[in-house]
Structures are given as C-alpha cells and as structure tokens.
Design a protein around this ligand. Sequence first.
Ligand SMILES: Cc1cc2nc3c(=O)[nH]c(=O)nc-3n(C[C@H](O)[C@H](O)[C@H](O)COP(=O)(O)OP(=O)(O)OC[C@H]3O[C@@H](n4cnc5c(N)ncnc54)[C@H](O)[C@@H]3O)c2cc1C
Length: 465
Amino acid sequence: MAATTDLETSTVESFRDQLRGEVLQPGDEGYDEARTVWNAMIDKEPTLVAKCEGTADVIRAVNFARELGLLTAVKGGGHNIAGKAVCDDGLLIDLSAINNVRVDPDSQTARVGGGATWGEFDHEAQAFGLATTGGIVSSTGVAGLTLGGGLGHLDRKYGLASDNLRSVEIVTADGELVHASEDENRDLFWGVRGGGGNFGIVTSFEFDLHEVGPEVLAGPIIYRYEDAADVFRFYRDFMREARDEIQCYAFFSKGSAELGLPESLHGETIFVLFPSYAGEIDEGSEVLAPLQNFGDPIADAVQPMPYTALQSFVDDRWEEGARNYWKSRFFDELTDEAIDTIVEYCDSSAPFTSVFTDGWLGGAISRPDHDATAFPHRDKAFSFTIGMRWQDPTRDDEHIAWARDFHEALEPYASDGVYVNLLDRDDSKRVPDAYGERYDRLRELKREWDPENRFRLNQNIEPAE
Ligand SMILES: Cc1cc2nc3c(=O)[nH]c(=O)nc-3n(C[C@H](O)[C@H](O)[C@H](O)COP(=O)(O)OP(=O)(O)OC[C@H]3O[C@@H](n4cnc5c(N)ncnc54)[C@H](O)[C@@H]3O)c2cc1C
C-alpha cells in the first residue's frame, strides 16, 4: 500500500483536474467538516478527500485509489457508530453532495443519491404524501442504513428500508458502473440488501414508496423508573399481538428540563414508550389507547403530527459532537428475567444516556422469504442497544466498561446475532455473527465483486479464499 503522505503534488493536481467536485488536503477549507463523523470518538485524518459531485467523480476516485494502492473510505451520512466512513492516511470518498432525491408520484418510486440523508429523502417524498421505511433521525444516511437492512417507524408495515429497494447503481472495485435488481446481477442485489458497503459504492438507490401521512399519530409516553418493569412487560405483551401499523420503541433515558419534566426528575432514570401508527389517525387512537391507558404515566404526548416531525422527533437528543459507544444484541423473546436485569442496570445511578429497543420486529419484516436478502434476522423479536453518550473524554473508560458489563449480563437471555449497523469499532469479530448462515455466501460474493478487498472500511466481509 502506498504511503499517501508521499503523494506528489503533480499526482494530486492531476486527480483534481479529473473531478467535478473538490479534492481537499489537510488545512483546506471544508477538510475538517468532511472528515468529521457523528461519533466524536472518531478523529481520523485522510490524506485526501474527494468531494464527489456525481457518478463520474466516484468512478475516477475509485480508479485513482486503486492505481495508487490507497486505502479507501466511503462516507454517506457519516452516522456509522464505528466510524467506518473515515480513515487515516488514505482517500476519503465523500458522497454528501450526491444527495439528489427524485420522486415519481405516478409510479410511487424515488431515485436517491448515495449521499442523501433521510431528512432529504422525507422532505421530497412527503411533498407527494409518500414515504418508505427510513431511519428515525433525519441526519442518518440513506446509504449506510439501507445497505445494512434498515429499521424505522414504518418497518412493521412496509418492511425494512432494503426490502423497498427496486434497484441500485453501484461503482465496483474495478471502477465499472453496474446495475443490480431482481432482473440484473441478482446475486449482487441480494448482497447489497444487508451486506453493507462491501461490494461497491452505491451512487443511486431506487425505492418503492407508500402513501403515508401527511399526519401520523405518534409521540412519547413517559413513566417513572419505579413503574418500568411493569410497563416493559405490558409493552412486550402488547407488541407480540400488535397489528402491522403499530411500531413502538421503548427506552430508558434521564429526566431533564428539555423534556418538560419537574425538577425532582432531572437526572433520574425515566422509561419511555414511543408508539407510532402508520395509518388513519382515528383508527390509531383506538388501537394505541391500551398503551396510553396502562399504569400511571408522568406525561403522554401521543398526538397527530406531520410524518416529517415524527422522523426528526429525537434529532435534538442525537446531535453530532458527543462521544458514543454502543453495544447491541438481538432477542428472540423477552423474558421477565431479562426485563428485570435491564431495569436493574438502568437505575438512576447508572451513567447511560439512552438504552433502547430498536422498535419491535415482526409484521412485514418477518414475512418475506427469509433467504430473499442478505439480512438474516427476520425471525427475531427485537434488537436492544445500550447507547452510551457523553462529552468528557476522561470518562471514556467508565462509560465503555459499564456498557460492556451490562451487555455481558444480558447474554443468557439474548439470541445469536447482531444488527450489522449497530456494531461498534471493537465488534469486528462479531461480523460473522451479524450474518449467521449467510456469511459464506457473502464471502463468495465479495470474492466475485471485490477480490482484493478494496472496500474494507465497513463491517468487513473478507473475500472467500
Ligand atoms: C443517531 C443515529 C440514529 C440511527 N437510527 C437508525 C435507525 O433508525 N434505523 C437503523 O436501521 N439504523 C439506525 N442507525 C444506524 C445506522 O443504520 C448506521 O449507523 C449506518 O451505518 C448509517 O449510515 P450512514 O450512511 O449515515 O453512515 P456512514 O458512516 O457514512 O457509512 C456507513 C457504512 O456504509 C458505507 N457507505 C456509506 N455510503 C455508501 C454508499 N453510497 N455505497 C456503499 N457504501 C456506503 C461506509 O463506507 C460505511 O462502511 C442510527 C445511527 C445513528 C448514529
């Protein structure tokens, strides 16, 4: 691999001449912004940043990196918790300018650039009352989320984000632009629906859209910590039987003035249910009522809101700039013992910011043929994530140790497997676990499309030997 710090000025200049977008080096305006990702634990300095403006730029950047043997990072929305979108001493291919979203209301489809965010996607699609399953924070990238599977408020009704893909355009390791769908390069299309960015750089996604909103019923119901075990059990029983339109996230958080809670609850653990209903508001009011009527909530803010407001409801709590460490697992079922362990760990003395279920699986997620795509977890009940978030670097060890300890304590209750998009940087050994029986097929596919493992800054699937 070439030492990129030794790149000749003339080599960089000739690369610059080939691109419509900018090529940035340390010290250039925009360089620091481009290398910054959501998790402030990650601080990497690529030698060059290619700010691609279109597919031609991506092809040229891939060819340039391959010819010089440069390590290559690919940045979509930059939300990957493990910071896989950036590298030290290599070429960062920044896709953020390829954020076009073109909606065809007649065919109910959207073509979306490889660097678009869910906020940009929803802005365009909702102008026509349309949407598809997407991330619950508006600044998350469409690309990384979809390529790993894609959970969101609409998933029980419309399936994973990747289940709604019709086709992709992808730049492969040898700089070719390839189209993949059910009719063309079918195996590759299977692989990009769950296999992450391992097979190439997607410059365009084609999605199916559905009629959603413009208003939906959703919002938080907040409970005292003392009631968490009972409410958690009720939530489990309710979601096991829930119709597809209902999604509900459950999480522990800390009370604060911003949440409008009394001072006595500031800094204390609270338990929150966040239901949403992907259907008529009146119907939703009826079917969500049992959740709202259970126990003794401190606050109930379930209300009609624009779908775009739902999709950005928790943005403020998940802004870029904090240090983060996540540990995640799947569960087949949620026993009383598992709930008690979770509740015990989350008392007010614990240093966490948010510990959450990534919604409840089932519904339309569970229905497709389980081998239809590379996402292998359609039979699971839910994914549970310990999300540590803090500002002070001197507290890194404390937060990380607590999350690891909690994660270990849940092992007896958890199932195999983990959602690839929630793996942190110390989780590389869990990649085979994220794919289970599909791992060998994915390794074969990787050998076919990227035998030299040029795209390895991801939760990496090594090419089969
Ligand atoms: C605040 C927050 C909220 C989240 N909410 C959800 C959620 O609701 N549902 C859910 O399922 N997940 C969620 N996630 C997890 C999310 O799916 C992953 O972090 C995902 O990797 C983010 O994609 P990105 O494009 O923003 O990330 P990036 O860090 O830019 O990229 C992630 C990976 O994909 C590769 N990549 C990026 N763009 C492309 C491309 N165009 N072609 C090929 N490879 C590419 C990168 O190289 C990297 O390996 C959330 C994460 C955060 C931090």
